[in-house]
Design a protein. Structure first.
Length: 121
């Protein structure tokens, strides 16, 4: 989101070219609409499969918070994602995946790294 908002400003020469609220809308409802999924996702409404992410804005890079939407668009980092729900199911809790074994993923990643490295020699 940050890149899109900043590039729009540079390309147009207008600092107000793509406000944070419009950027967030592009990443959510407009993105779902572009994919033809706006009737099932993209906004928080009864009957839709919502994806909700809670970000911790109480970190130095996001301070001071005058406008939370601007903070999310311009200053938030992936490490600030605290909790995530997908279709009503909590997937991330306090920054940790709930249903995926981190050690298993790392082990499988190591295996694939070795397989790929072996195939390029």
């Amino acid at each position: 989101m940050r890149s899109a908002a900043l590039l729009a400003k540079v390309a147009s020469g207008n600092a107000a070219a793509l406000p944070a609220y419009a950027t967030l809308r592009m990443a959510t409802l407009d993105g779902a609409r572009a994919l033809g999924l706006d009737t099932v996702t993209g906004s928080i409404e009864p009957g839709k499969s919502a994806e909700l992410a809670c970000l911790d804005l109480r970190v130095v890079n996001s301070q001071p918070v005058y406008d939370p939407v601007s903070q999310v668009v311009y200053t938030a980092h992936p490490s600030q994602v605290a909790d995530v729900w997908v279709a009503g199911r909590r997937q991330v809790e306090d920054g940790a995946l709930r249903h995926i074994d981190r050690n298993d993923i790392l082990s499988r990643s190591d295996e694939w790294r070795e397989r790929i490295a072996a195939s390029t020699h």
